[in-house]
Design a protein around this ligand. Structure first.
Ligand code: DHB
Length: 388
């Protein structure tokens, strides 16, 4: 005798199986991309969307012998919306993979759906270390804040910076940036005078910048998410911190290539660490930037590269699985190594986390434009957040 519950379970299993077979037999596979196309993080969505479109044009939109249809949905940066859209993409559209995720809370809200539905989830933007531990189906092609922050914490004490104030946005990636920057800076003999935070939404930098002026550190260390750098830099200049001899050091999120060119002289000389600069001098990057700029009126930033590599990772996985999704696709994406516009990258098979070079860069003017010019590199950096 089977009871009603067992019957329903069997029915659900049969339906899933049928859907899986239909999917495997169809000529088209779907990938669901959820991005903030509107709202305060719209630049992240715009960059990643443009990069995916570039990849689709370059690859002919085919992988594993199938046509790949990319469905882009706008979550406006609201986690409840991200989760609902992910659910719909999995249940109604039967996507083989979920991708995008412009902010940490959006990725974390979706993790349980990836786990329950066994759908691989490629994080192209969000960068809190713990995200890849939220589901065994998550892989990442962006970066982690511990990766980025340790680079500048190594450089600063060797270059006359002994006393700093830190300033971060008060949520996951800011916590990581503050923790990993200050720990490494102190280990290298530096002193952290004060740790300041601003809210994710509606940040006004004037009050914290006044505190920094009063504290008179050698430098201010800053992490802010993509999109906030220009406003911060303007207020830093207006308050005269640069003229007061307070240097600015940062993760490259602040000197974001999306906004850098409009920041003006105040940005010149800012030393920062990150995984991607549009000025990275490789042949692969020169082609990427040229093709991207031919199709768009803006420069690619680190978000664009996370999107470009993320869709490439999914395509490569689909090539191996001949278009199948689920655990087969997850396994096919683990351990991938390829040359990104940023340099060589690896998706570590065990942690599903990206391993990449971290560059130390200085903002300079070249041919009338501002760029993050790389002058030093840490090779093949694993996420320091996973080593504890
Ligand atoms: C995150 C968002 C960003 O725009 C960024 O530059 C770094 C991290 C995040 O929410 O994880």
């Amino acid at each position: 005798m089977i009871n009603r519950r067992q019957h329903l379970l069997a029915l659900a299993a049969a339906t899933t199986l049928a859907a899986g077979t239909a999917q495997a037999q169809s000529d088209t596979v779907k990938v669901g991309v959820i991005l903030p196309m509107t709202g305060p993080s719209a630049s992240t969505g715009r960059q990643i969307d443009a990069a995916i479109k570039l990849w689709m044009a370059q690859s002919g939109g085919k992988a594993g012998g199938k046509k790949v249809e990319v469905i882009v949905k706008d979550d406006a940066g609201v986690a409840d919306t991200t989760r609902r859209l992910a659910q719909e993409l999995v249940v109604n559209d039967k996507v083989v993979a979920l991708a995008g995720f412009g902010l940490t809370p959006l990725a974390l809200a979706t993790a349980p759906i990836a786990t329950q539905s066994k759908t691989p989830m490629v994080v192209m933007a969000a960068a809190t270390s713990a995200i890849t531990e939220a589901s065994p189906f998550i892989l990442r092609t962006s970066f982690t804040l511990p990766q980025a922050a340790v680079g500048i914490a190594e450089w600063a004490p060797k270059n006359g910076i002994k006393k700093v104030v830190s300033l971060v946005t008060d949520y996951g990636p800011g916590n990581d940036a503050e923790k990993y920057f200050t720990e490494r800076f102190i280990l290298n003999g530096g002193t952290v005078m004060e740790k300041l935070r601003t809210p994710l939404r509606g940040a006004d930098f004037a009050p914290v910048l006044q505190k920094v002026r009063d504290a008179k550190p050698d430098a201010l260390f800053v992490f802010l998410p993509s999109g906030q750098g220009a406003q911060f830099m303007k207020q830093f200049g207006e308050r005269g911190l640069d003229k007061a001899g307070i240097r600015l050091i940062a993760t490259g999120d602040v000197t974001d290539d999306d906004q850098l060119n409009d920041m003006g002289d105040v940005a010149l000389g800012v030393v920062n660490s990150h995984h991607y600069s549009a000025a990275h001098p490789s042949a692969a990057n020169k082609k990427f930037v040229a093709d991207f700029q031919a199709a768009n009126k803006f420069r690619p930033n680190f978000m664009a590269v996370g999107g470009y590599d993320g869709i490439r990772l999914i395509f490569r996985g689909l090539d191996t699985t001949k278009g199948a999704g689920g655990e087969a696709l997850l396994n096919a994406m683990k351990g991938q190594i390829f040359e990104s516009p940023r340099g060589q990258i690896l998706i570590d098979a065990q942690s599903r986390e990206i391993v990449q070079d971290i560059y130390i860069r200085k903002v300079e003017r070249k041919d009338g434009q501002l760029w993050n010019i790389e002058f030093d590199v840490q090779k093949a950096v694993k996420d320091p957040g996973k080593l504890k």
